[in-house]
Design a protein around this ligand. Structure first.
Ligand SMILES: NC(=O)c1ccc[n+]([C@@H]2O[C@H](COP(=O)([O-])OP(=O)(O)OC[C@H]3O[C@@H](n4cnc5c(N)ncnc54)[C@H](OP(=O)(O)O)[C@@H]3O)[C@@H](O)[C@H]2O)c1
Length: 363
């Protein structure tokens, strides 16, 4: 088991997720010998702030990974496609937060409390799921294991921080303009997001779904080991700064009551049940922000499905923490604890990283 302090790189360290990754690594006392923060050439030589501390940033290049044991990537798909194989080749284990490698059959896609054992098969890269998938699958896992899943329909209400720093600034600017009675301009999104709901997240695919919606479909199937799961999604961007909410309708193989479902959810590590309509207690984005848990509530029987096999529920989580940074750090802890990471000096001598890097595979 590798417990000695590691050289850890964060790629995309000036971004919303990258900065949260640094915060979570420090909060959880991850064993760090050196923290190497990387971003684009635009940020090289500058610093990135986390809390009150400022950390120097270097440009992410293939050479910058020399001596890195663990690299957390959060700088977009094209950066991961180009630099993750280079990092692996140089001896690092990569945990990638982008869409680049998630559906590669040779790359494990891991949610820490759902399929941790999948990480054992990694050949250098482990993928971190999309934020809207991340908060859904711990809930679906509990139902899969108890009563089986027949069909899932999920509609998301996603915050602007899911798009990054520019989108947060755009919502702020639109609110400010509205209050000042000035015209609102949109550049990050195709329409005004303030006081609106946009049923378009990521690009449209040929099947009419958006890529965000299709990520929920394909990633959920992979993580839950249910390749034929019947699942559909509508993903909507709303004017909330942080935390995504989801309305989830589940048809199960066997009957289940809301009470039993609440008990199952409460038993999943990292899941909190908030469900007391009498006191208006249910999951809220404002409460979930800054927390690492997935919150579930409004659990009720769906009468449109016969024989007590239908449930409706509401799931909320902080997209920057459990939806991105926290799960990435949990994967890092998991592979360290289980001895599934070796320091860079040892990895360089092994052929597996080199073969992944040399294949140039892209998702
Ligand atoms: N936000 C979320 O909730 C969320 C959740 C799950 C996954 N993700 C994924 O995480 C990634 C980052 O998201 P974010 O919200 O943190 O975005 P962001 O706030 O816009 O930050 C983007 C980061 O990527 C860096 N970057 C851009 N081009 C680069 C390049 N050529 N080389 C190296 N670094 C480069 C930026 O550095 P500069 O400052 O130098 O430009 C910045 O650090 C995306 O892949 C996104 O899909 C985000």
């Amino acid at each position: 088991m590798t417990r000695q302090p590691l050289t850890v790189a964060v790629v995309g360290a000036t971004g919303l997720v990258g900065r949260t990754m640094i915060e979570v690594l420090l909060e959880r006392n991850f064993p760090i010998a050196e923290l190497r923060l990387m971003a684009s050439g635009r940020s090289a030589g500058r610093t990135t702030s986390v809390g009150r501390a400022a950390y120097p940033v270097i440009e992410a290049t293939p050479e910058a990974f020399a001596g890195v044991d663990l690299a957390l990537f959060s700088a977009g798909g094209s950066v991961s496609e180009e630099l993750a194989p280079a990092a692996v080749l140089s001896g690092a284990t990569v945990i990638d937060n982008s869409n680049a490698w998630r559906m590669d059959p040779n790359v494990p896609l891991v949610v820490s409390q759902v399929n941790p054992d999948d990480a054992a098969t990694h050949a250098g890269i482990i993928a971190n799921p999309n934020c809207s998938t991340m908060q859904l699958v711990p809930i679906l896992m509990a139902l899969r294991d108890e009563v089986g899943l027949e069909r899932v329909v999920v509609d998301t209400y996603q915050s602007v921080s899911g798009t990054g720093l520019d989108a947060q600034a755009e919502l702020e600017a639109q609110i400010t303009a509205y209050v000042a009675g000035e015209p609102m301009t949109a550049s990050v999104y195709p329409h005004q997001v303030a006081f609106n709901a946009l049923p378009e997240i990521d690009v449209f695919l040929d099947n009419g779904y958006t890529r965000e919606e299709w990520k929920v479909v394909t990633e959920s199937r992979k993580i839950l080991h249910l390749p034929d799961l019947r699942i559909s999604c509508t993903a909507v961007r709303i004017p909330v700064f942080v935390s995504h909410s989801e309305a989830v309708h589940v048809e199960t193989h066997r009957a289940i009551t809301p009470d039993r479902a609440r008990a199952l959810f409460a038993a999943v590590p990292g899941v909190v049940v908030r469900d007391d309509p009498a006191t208006h207690d249910y999951p809220l984005a404002t409460d979930a922000t800054g927390r690492d848990e997935v919150f579930v509530g409004r659990v009720r029987q769906d009468p449109s499905i016969p024989d007590g096999r239908g449930l409706a529920l509401w799931v909320v989580s902080d997209n920057l923490r459990k939806g991105a940074a926290t799960n990435a750090v949990e994967i890092a802890e998991l592979i360290v604890d289980r001895g599934w990471i070796r320091p860079a000096a040892e990895r360089r001598a092994r052929p597996e990283g080199a073969s992944l890097a040399a294949s140039g595979r892209k998702a």
